[in-house]
Design a protein around this ligand. Structure first.
Ligand code: IPE
Ligand code: IPE
Ligand code: MG
Length: 258
């Protein structure tokens, strides 16, 4: 099963949490939280946590791909994170450049396609270029989709969708009564993920138990797993544990258990 993850990281996986290979969640979304606190605990500047967090992203990408996850969505920067000090924001904007510079060859080798959702036109030019290049360079990969939410906010996403749909009604392309769940899903930034557009499980690290404007529409029936470790301390074993937890939930979608 594990062909990409290196030996040392594989050792983190635990026999106690044996996964059912037939019930791996197709779409796993992670709110990667706690980088700042991780650094502060070590008396380091907050950005040291973001740097370490980037290494965690690489390891978790490998583990997710090896596990057979189809879409791994990672919340990297929210539309509200611009409120942070300029130095921190600038650092966060440079991270994708570093990340893709060093990691795209591995992604291609392991057939991972990069997707980015968010208001990327508001990002600095260098960040936009790094993102666009990574998408272009991996466009023919048909393994896991590594989907970054970058300058993403769910309320903004829904607002944009409503504007587009209202415009289509105004121009007579559709009637108000023709607007369905499906119409709305198709106007969201997850539309290109097709059958995998809604996460099966959402994981949040760092002990916070809130959504922070992430995929509000798409999580209608997602399972939630909140975990205490800060993102830089997240490991393949913890991902395995979260999926194990998911596999022991009963999803009913409003119906009755089988
Ligand atoms: C998550 O870590 C990364 C981003 C939001 C960019 P934080 O930076 O939010 O870390 P804490 O929550 O302050 O510890
Ligand atoms: C959510 O974390 C955004 C990301 C992980 C990118 P925040 O740290 O921004 O969320 P709040 O402010 O604690 O709700
Ligand atoms: Mg945070």
């Amino acid at each position: 099963m594990f062909s990409w993850l290196n030996k040392k990281d594989q050792e983190d996986l635990q026999d106690d949490f044996k996964l059912d290979p037939n019930n791996i969640p197709a779409h796993v979304a992670i709110i990667m939280d706690g980088n700042g606190r991780w650094a502060q605990r070590r008396h380091l500047p907050r950005v040291a946590g973001h740097k370490q967090g980037m290494d965690t992203v690489k390891i978790i990408t490998q583990a997710a791909s090896d596990l057979g996850i189809k879409v791994l969505t990672l919340y990297a920067f929210s539309t509200e994170n611009w409120k942070r000090p300029a130095d921190e924001v600038n650092y966060l904007m440079k991270l994708p450049v570093d990340f893709f510079d060093t990691f795209v060859p591995d992604l291609i080798k392991h057939n991972v396609r990069v997707n980015v959702m968010g208001y990327t036109d508001q990002l600095p030019a260098k960040t936009q270029k790094a993102v666009a290049d990574a998408i272009e360079d991996t466009k023919d990969c048909d393994g896991m989709v590594l989907n970054f939410a970058l300058n993403y906010g769910s309320r903004a996403e829904i607002t944009t969708a409503v504007q587009e749909i209202a415009q289509a009604v105004k121009t007579g392309e559709m009637e108000p009564s023709e607007v369905t769940d499906e119409t709305i899903s198709q106007h969201l930034m997850t539309a290109s993920l097709g059958q995998y557009r809604d996460p099966d499980v959402v994981i949040r690290t760092s002990g916070e138990e809130r959504i922070s404007n992430f995929l509000l529409w798409q999580i209608a029936y997602s399972e939630f797993v909140f975990m205490a470790p800060h993102w830089p301390d997240f490991t393949p074993g913890l991902l395995q544990q979260a999926i194990y937890e998911y596999q022991h939930r009963k999803r009913r979608f409003g119906g009755l258990s089988k």
